[in-house]
Design a protein around this ligand. Structure first.
Ligand code: G6P
Length: 605
C-alpha cells in the first residue's frame, strides 16, 4: 500500500528517502517517486518499476536536496502510470505525496477547474495539490490547514513548496503518519519502519494534526490551528528479520518461523485472566456476555475460527463481522460486549473504522489482537494483546494468522475461566496443548516434500475447491485465499456440507478438491462429502489426521498429518495449505511476496 517518506535537513536527504521507500516496498506498490527542492524549483523522478530503478535514475540525474518527499503508490484513482505517480505538483510550485482516498475530489476538481487549475493526472491527490496552491499566501502550514478542512475522506500528506525552501508540512486524518526525530533533523513517514536507520524516536500524529517541519525542529497544531504537544516514543526496530537467510521468499521463511512465533506468543507463566490482555484488574472481563470479532482478509478467518472456540470453550455468544461491512451496517450494540479487532498491522483502515464505529455506538470494552504494539488499533483500544510473530514481510499472511489464533485461543480460555466453564484441570490440559504446539507444527512442516509434489499438480489447474467443516471451515477459506492471492489460481473455500448445494456442479475429473480432515466429531460426515466428490470423478487431496483412517485410493490422495490435536487442530491444518499455495505459486513463477494488485497494509477503505 502507499508509503510516505519526507524530511528537512541541512544535508542531502535523498538517500534517506530512498532507503525509507525500500523498507516500505514489502507493503506492495505499483509506482514510486521522489521530489526535492533544487535550484529554487521542485524536481522529481517517478518510476513504474521498483525503487531500485528509481534509485538508479536519481543517481544518473544527480538529484540531491535537503528538503524532499518520496512515495510508493498503490493505485486507487487512476491506473499505475507515470503521470499518476507521486510526487504530484501544482503549477511547479507545490509538491505533495498522499496516502488515502479523498471522497469529495470530484466536487473539488470541478471548482478548481473552474478557477483555472489544469489537471494532468487522474488522481485525487492532484486536487489536494491545487487546493493547497489556491490557499497559499506565504505560509505553507496555514495553506495546508485551510486545504485539509475542505477534504472528506482519509489522508496522510507531506508537502513542500518553492517559496519556503526549508519547510515540509504534513497532515493526517484516517491514514497513519509519524514524525521521526533525529537530533536537529526531522522526518515524516507513514510507518516508523521507513526511518529505522535514522532514528528510534517517533511522534505518532493524531487525526487532525498538522506538523510543520523545518531545520529548527517541528511544530504540531490541531485542526483549529492551536499548538498541540505529542509525546515522543522510543521504538525498538526488529532489524534482523528483514533478512531472507536460506529461504527463497519471505513467505517461505515466515511459514517456517511459525513454530517459534507461536511459542513466543504463548506466555507460559501468565494466569488466564484479564491482565494477560493488558487490564490492571484480573476480573475486568467479569461482566462480558458477548464477543464481537472484527477483521479483514486472513484476520477475518482467524476470527471465524475463534468463534468456534469462544462458543465451545467459554460458552459465550460470538459474532464475527467483516470490518468493511460492520462499519456501515445498523447493528444492535450490547453494553457488555467485548469488541475485538483482529489485525496483523493494526492499521487496516476498515478494521480501524469498524473499531471507531463500535466505540461511537457506546462499546467501551475493546481489545485489540494485533502484531504491532505501536499501531493505531492498539492505541485506540482499551486493552490489547500483542502477537509475537515479528515483522511479516510477505503480503500473504502466514505467521500472523497462526499467532492470532494462539492469542484468540488464550482469550477463549480466559473468558471460559471468568465464566466458570473452564476448571483448573481443563486449563492445565489447554496449557499442555499450547505448550506442545510448536513441536507439532515442526512435524507438520516436515511434510513439505510431499506437499511440493501436490503443488506441482495443482499449479497446472485453473480452479480449485477447498473443503472443511466446523472449526476447519475457516481453514479451508484461508487455504483458498492463500492459493488465489499468490498463484492466481481461482479457488473457493466451502463448508463441506454445502458442496451439494451448488459447488458440486463444478466437480469434474479436472477439478482438484482439497480437504482438511481432522479426526474430530465431524469426520464421518466429512468422509461422506469426500465420497460425493469421488463419485463425480473429482480429484481429492486430503490432509488427514493420522488417526482419521483415511488412506490413498483411486481419485483420493492423502497426506497424513499428526494425530488429532484437539481444539488447536486448525493451527496445524493451515500449515500444509500455506505450503501448498506457496509451492504452487513458485511453480507458476509468480512474485510470491508481492502478488499483483495486493498490498500488505491496506490503509485505504
Ligand atoms: C491485506 C493483506 C492480508 C491481510 C488483510 C488484513 O489484504 O494482504 O494479508 O489479511 O490486509 O490485514 P490486517 O493487517 O488487518 O491483518
Amino acid at each position: 500500500m502507499c508509503g510516505i517518506v519526507a524530511g528537512v535537513a541541512e544535508r542531502n536527504i535523498v538517500p534517506v528517502l530512498l532507503d525509507g521507500l525500500r523498507r516500505l516496498e514489502y507493503r506492495g506498490y505499483d509506482s514510486c517517486g521522489v521530489a526535492v527542492l533544487r535550484d529554487g524549483a521542485p524536481q522529481r523522478v517517478r518510476s513504474l518499476t521498483r525503487v531500485r530503478s528509481l534509485d538508479l535514475e536519481v543517481r544518473e540525474m544527480g538529484l540531491e536536496g535537503g528538503t524532499g518527499i518520496a512515495h510508493t503508490r498503490w493505485a486507487t484513482h487512476g491506473a499505475p502510470a507515470t503521470q499518476n505517480a507521486h510526487p504530484i505538483f501544482s503549477k511547479n510550485e507545490i509538491a505533495i505525496v498522499h496516502n488515502g482516498i479523498i471522497e469529495n475530489y470530484e466536487t473539488l476538481k470541478r471548482t478548481l477547474s473552474g478557477a483555472g487549475y489544469e489537471f494532468v493526472s487522474q488522481t485525487d491527490t492532484e486536487v489536494i495539490a491545487h487546493l493547497i496552491h489556491s490557499h497559499y499566501s506565504g505560509d505553507l502550514a496555514q495553506a495546508v490547514r485551510s486545504a485539509v478542512s475542505e477534504l472528506r475522506g482519509a489522508y496522510a500528506i507531506a508537502v513542500f513548496c518553492k517559496s519556503e525552501p526549508n519547510r515540509v508540512v504534513g497532515a493526517r486524518h484516517g491514514s497513519p503518519l509519524v514524525v521521526g526525530l533525529s537530533g536537529e533533523e526531522s522526518f515524516l513517514a507513514s510507518d516508523p519502519l521507513a526511518l529505522s536507520d535514522v532514528t528510534d524516536r517517533f511522534i505518532f500524529l493524531e487525526d487532525g494534526d498538522i506538523v510543520d517541519l523545518s531545520r529548527d525542529g517541528n511544530r504540531i497544531m490541531n485542526r483549529a490551528g492551536e499548538p498541540v504537544a505529542r509525546e515522543p516514543r522510543t521504538l525498538r526496530h526488529p532489524p534482523a528479520e528483514a533478512a531472507l537467510g536460506p529461504y527463497r521468499h519471505f513467505m517461505q521463511k515466515e511459514i517456517f518461523e511459525q513454530p517459534l512465533a507461536v511459542a513466543q506468543t504463548f506466555p507460559r507463566k501468565s494466569a488466564f485472566d484479564a491482565t494477560l490482555f493488558g487490564a490492571t484488574d484480573p476480573h475486568a472481563f467479569a461482566s462480558i456476555d458477548r464477543v464481537l470479532l472484527l477483521g479483514c482478509g486472513t484476520s477475518h478467518y482467524s476470527a471465524m475460527t475463534a468463534k468456534t472456540w469462544f462458543e465451545s470453550i467459554a460458552k459465550i455468544p460470538t459474532q464475527v463481522e467483516i470490518s468493511s461491512e460492520y462499519r456501515y451496517r445498523e447493528t444492535i450494540p450490547g453494553r457488555n460486549t467485548l469488541v475485538v479487532p483482529v489485525s496483523q498491522s493494526g492499521e487496516t483502515a476498515d478494521t480501524l473504522g469498524a473499531l471507531q464505529h463500535a466505540q461511537s455506538l457506546g462499546h467501551d470494552h475493546t481489545l485489540a489482537i494485533c502484531n504491532v504494539a505501536t499501531s493505531a488499533m492498539v492505541r485506540q483500544s482499551r486493552w490489547s494483546f500483542i502477537t509475537q510473530a515479528g515483522a511479516e514481510i510477505g503480503v500473504a499472511s502466514t505467521k500472523a494468522f497462526t499467532t492470532q489464533l494462539v492469542a484468540l485461543f488464550l482469550l477463549a480460555v480466559t473468558l471460559g475461566r471468568a465464566r466458570g466453564h473452564v476448571d483448573a484441570q481443563q486449563e492445565a490440559t489447554y496449557r499442555a496443548q499450547l505448550g506442545g504446539l510448536s513441536t507439532a507444527l515442526q512435524s507438520v512442516l516436515a511434510r513439505e516434500p510431499q506437499i511440493i509434489a501436490w503443488a506441482h499438480e495443482l499449479a497446472r489447474t485453473n480452479d480449485a475447491i477447498f473443503l472443511g467443516r466446523g472449526s476447519h471451515y475457516p481453514i479451508a477459506l484461508e487455504g483458498a485465499l492463500k492459493l488465489k492471492e499468490i498463484s492466481y489460481i481461482h479457488a473457493e473455500g466451502y463448508p463441506a456440507g454445502e458442496l451439494k448445494h451448488g459447488p458440486l456442479a463444478l466437480v469434474t475429473d479436472a477439478m482438484p478438491v482439497i480437504v482438511t480432515a481432522p479426526n474430530d466429531g465431524l469426520l464421518e460426515k466429512l468422509k461422506s462429502n469426500i465420497q460425493e466428490v469421488r463419485a463425480r470423478k473429482g480429484q481429492v487431496y486430503v490432509f488427514a489426521d493420522a488417526d482419521a483412517n483415511l488412506e490413498s485410493a483411486e481419485g483420493l490422495r492423502v497426506i497424513q498429518m499428526p494425530e488429532y490435536y484437539g481444539p488447536l487442530s486448525p493451527i496445524l491444518h493451515v500449515l500444509p495449505l500455506q505450503l501448498l499455495a506457496y509451492h504452487a505459486a513458485c511453480t507458476r513463477g509468480t512474485d510470491v511476496d508481492k502478488p499483483r494488485n495486493l498490498a500488505k497494509s491496506v490503509t485505504v477503505e
